[in-house]
Design a protein around this ligand. Structure first.
Ligand SMILES: [Zn+2]
Ligand SMILES: [Zn+2]
Length: 385
């Protein structure tokens, strides 16, 4: 039988279980590095499907590594399953996890016949910290021939752009005093935070479309009649490349330092979690995935036709720097709802969300079948021939 039919039949046999897993994750959202029940649920499914699963894996309590196939090039299908505080699975990682398991099950029985190895790698903490970067540092991607995942989105884009991002925490330290009786003896740390916020807003005029600076005041003071001695802010700085990110970070840090100088405060600027790089989509896998998605009745859009500034960031981008990678975005018919909105979460468990699960799982698995049956492993990681 055609290997793609084998994949489809194996997927179809577990499709209702996978929809159940996506729904269960949706109902039980756990944020970054707290995905204990989520990872356990996925591991239970993968073990029952015949995978050899290491759990926990790579030194991370909520990571797992499920393997099938005994020899040949190794493909890593990444499963994300962290949710967002307050808005649950508003990035649709429940669909990512279920699609990854579906691709794995579809491919596992073919791995030895077609001469490859398959891993479904449970990658926690994409929304903050950067779990895949911890996994890279632990060696989880060493020797992999290819890596892939799919991600729910308002639209189908096979080769999305993702911006590099640095996450920073800022603390201003001043001196408390009575805000009416002796304000002259205080040093107002809230003034420093407000000055920094306004300076960054002013800086935006001279930024590129793909430069992003956005942040919040996480601690703004305690009482109106006490000059705030301490304030905290959290900011993300994003840019199209790591080089541009380092330039932009200097400009942003200057805003915090200038605010400290102007108000007489001291300032501490600290990185939080890992820096995510920009994304490199593997050209050959992009074309193979697009052709397979077309066969599935889901023609894919191209990044070329989208605003490069309408982009987020992902730790999968760091994987893409060391392993040939794709990360197609799959529409779930959610507009006007977009990622990180409650309404988007609700769309992940509709028939459109379930169609993305199916198309994503089969699109990834068929792409692996194409690489294996055409023997093009050595063409990955290069320019398109
Ligand atoms: Zn997200
Ligand atoms: Zn996401």
């Amino acid at each position: 039988m055609d290997p793609k039919h084998v994949v489809r039949d194996r997927f179809s046999a577990v499709e209702s279980d996978l929809k159940g897993i996506s729904r269960w994750l949706y109902d039980n959202p756990e944020p970054a590095y707290q995905e204990h029940a989520s990872s356990a649920r996925l591991v239970e499914f993968l073990r029952s499907a015949g995978f050899a699963v290491e759990y926990p894996a790579w030194g991370l309590e909520t990571a797992f590594d499920a393997r099938a196939g005994s020899s040949g090039p190794e493909v890593v299908i990444c499963a994300e399953y962290d949710a967002l505080p307050e808005v649950g699975h508003a990035c649709g990682h429940n669909v990512i996890a279920a699609a990854a398991c579906g691709a794995g099950v579809g491919l596992a029985g073919l791995a030895d016949d077609l001469g490859f190895r398959i891993r479904v790698l449970g990658t926690p903490a994409e929304e903050s910290y950067g779990g895949k970067i911890d996994l890279i540092e632990a060696g989880a991607f060493e020797g992999a021939a290819a890596a892939m995942m799919v991600h729910p989105s308002p639209e189908d884009v096979v080769d999305p752009s993702f911006l590099a991002v640095a996450h920073i925490d800022i603390d201003f330290h001043g001196k408390e005093s009575h805000a009416s009786f002796r304000p002259q003896l205080g040093v107002n740390a809230l003034d420093a935070a407000v000055q920094a916020y306004v300076s960054i807003s002013t800086l935006r005029q001279s930024l590129y479309n793909t430069d992003k600076v956005h942040g919040v005041i996480t601690h703004g003071g305690g009482a109106p009649n006490v000059i705030p001695p301490h304030t905290s802010m959290a900011f993300y700085v994003r840019a199209a490349t790591m080089d541009r990110l380092s330039e932009l970070k200097q400009r942003v840090e200057a805003c915090f330092e200038a605010a400290a100088l102007a108000t007489g405060c001291s300032v501490e600027i600290k990185p939080r979690g890992h820096t995510y790089t920009e994304m490199h989509n593997d050209p050959l896998m992009v074309e193979m995935y697009a052709a397979n998605s077309e066969l599935l009745g889901r023609p894919m859009g191209r990044a070329l036709h989208h605003d490069p500034g309408a982009a987020g960031s992902t730790d999968m981008a760091n994987v893409s720097r060391i392993v040939p990678t794709i990360h197609p975005m799959l529409g779930i018919n959610s507009y006007p709802a977009v990622n990180h909105q409650r309404e988007f979460a609700a769309h992940t468990v509709t028939p459109d969300g379930e169609q993305a699960l199916r198309d994503g799982a089969l699109g990834m698995a068929w792409t692996v079948v194409d690489i294996a049956t055409t023997g093009r492993w050595n063409d990955l990681g290069g320019a398109l021939a």
